[in-house]
Design a binder for this molecule. Structure first.
Ligand code: NAD
Length: 442
């Protein structure tokens, strides 16, 4: 099938590549000329495990093309995906300017019956706005071409996006058009071989499903962080509590890890956007507001622990392991590390940071500052450091040599923002240990 995808970010590039991988003929279009030019030379703009060789192979095979030419791209596709960003507006609502700009472009260039599929995470009612924007452009052109607007929200997770895309849990398709549903079933058939994964529904339910999924996951995290806060105060260890509840299948092991707060481009903005939508419709989003408030507080918790230990961190050099909002990605959007670094700088501390993939992104965000040294290795970040803070749970941070840490880290203290370590083991090496919700260490 001939497919066009607007947006070559985490979602557009991965989706386009996976669709090409199963044999579709895909054209990806982006307004970022440098990105498109790089992709055509085999430079992959994001870090995502397994993505780079797949892009190169499909590009070389002629099934995956990159362009800035929207008109040609629209001409190519029977199905046209919108996979551009929906960043938060100042009031927390989702900013639809990129989505609606693509809709207008489609309306301006469409030459035949087209199925427009919205993959961006958008508030309920956006399909109507996309439909209206396309119809407006068609009316300007005095044509009455037929088109459908389908909601097909994306559930891939950064860090495992290729796998999620190739083996989706479910494929939500929101449409009231049997023809459009049939077409998407054909498009997704290669991902659907072992069992039926398509969950068909109306457009508004599909739009809300994406927010409900992210809000539920964010709620689990904030719930555990609140439990961690209680555990810390009452002298309990949240890691024992986690083990004690995760085995209950009604609760499950996923997303019950306490930590330094959730970040990334989705949970923070989607929880806020859903709360905003709720308010627009007269619902009071008490739970969503609390989820967000708990998370905002949790992002400050590592700094609170440091202040508790030191009183004042002025003049301290802090080794930070992990900058990305989670492992296996270079994405630092709304990452907890950004809150911590800013707090450390405001308090007069220096930072020596290491991340296996996000160094370039950190350099782009922070520029050159005297109080930030971006290191090439985890060991380099420790040289001359007074304390170690672990912010992202990359695998390579999981079992450091604690005896060596005790020799190198001057103040012999570890702040473990992801509860990677056994406090007793760390303390046995002569280090002080602070984790999240580990009351026993206080
Ligand atoms: P991104 O910021 O990584 O990429 C968006 C891309 O769209 C950029 O390359 C940008 O240049 C391009 N773009 C903007 N306007 C354009 C236009 N008019 N024409 C063509 N390209 C244009 O965004 P992302 O992380 O891929 O997210 C895209 C959407 O998918 C968002 O709504 C997001 O909430 C949702 N989503 C993201 C994830 C994720 O893990 N990142 C997961 C599921 C859903």
């Amino acid at each position: 099938m001939r497919v066009t995808i607007f947006g070559t970010g985490y979602v557009g590039l991965v989706t386009g590549t996976c669709l090409a991988e199963v044999g579709h003929d895909v054209v990806c279009v982006d307004i970022d000329e440098a990105k498109v030019e790089g992709l055509n030379r085999g430079v992959i703009p994001i870090y995502e495990p397994g993505l780079s060789p797949m892009v190169k192979a499909n590009h070389a095979a002629g099934r995956l093309e990159f362009t800035t030419n929207a008109a040609q791209a629209i001409e190519h596709g029977d199905v046209v995906f919108i996979a551009v960003g929906t960043p938060p507006d100042e009031d927390g609502s989702a900013d639809l300017k990129y989505v609606l700009a693509v809709a207008r472009t489609i309306g301006q260039h469409m030459q035949r019956t087209t199925i427009v599929v919205n993959k961006s995470t958008v508030p309920v009612g956006t399909a109507d706005k996309v439909r209206a924007a396309i119809a407006h452009e068609l009316a300007e052109r005095r044509t009455n071409l037929v088109f459908d607007v389908v909601s097909n929200p994306e559930f891939l997770k950064e860090g495992d996006a290729v796998n999620d895309c190739m083996r989706p849990d479910r494929i939500v398709v929101g449409t009231d058009s049997p023809q459009a549903l049939e077409k998407l079933k054909r498009l997704y058939a290669p991902f659907n071989r072992s069992h039926e994964r398509i969950v068909a529904m109306d457009v508004r339910s599909a739009e809300l499903t994406k927010y409900a999924a992210n809000a539920m996951l964010a709620t689990k995290i904030s719930f555990m962080n609140e439990m961690a806060c209680i555990a810390e105060q009452v002298g309990a260890d949240i890691e024992h509590v986690r083990q004690g509840i995760g085995s209950d299948p009604r609760i499950g092991w996923h997303f019950i890890y306490p930590g330094a707060g959730y970040g990334g481009s989705c949970f923070p903005k989607d929880v806020q956007a859903l709360a905003w939508t709720a308010q627009q419709y007269g619902c009071n989003p008490r739970l969503l507001d609390a989820v967000e408030a708990v998370n905002a507080a949790q992002k400050q918790h590592l700094f609170e622990l440091m202040t508790r230990h030191y009183g004042d961190v002025r003049g301290k050099t802090v080794a930070v392991w992990g900058l990305a909002f989670k492992p296996n990605t270079d994405d630092m959007r709304a990452a907890s590390s950004r809150t911590l670094l800013q707090q450390l700088w405001d308090a007069g501390a220096r930072v020596q940071a290491f991340d296996p993939e996000a160094t370039q992104e950190a350099r782009r965000i922070f520029g050159n500052r005297e109080d930030l040294h971006l290191c090439a290795t985890a060991g380099e970040a420790l040289q001359g450091a007074d304390a170690l803070v672990v912010v992202t749970e990359w695998k390579q941070f999981r079992s450091p040599d604690f005896a060596r840490l005790a020799n190198v880290v001057k103040d012999k203290v570890v702040f473990d923002g992801r509860n990677l370590y056994d406090p007793a083991e760390v303390e046995a090496a002569g280090l002080s240990y602070y984790g999240i919700g580990r009351g026993r260490s206080l």
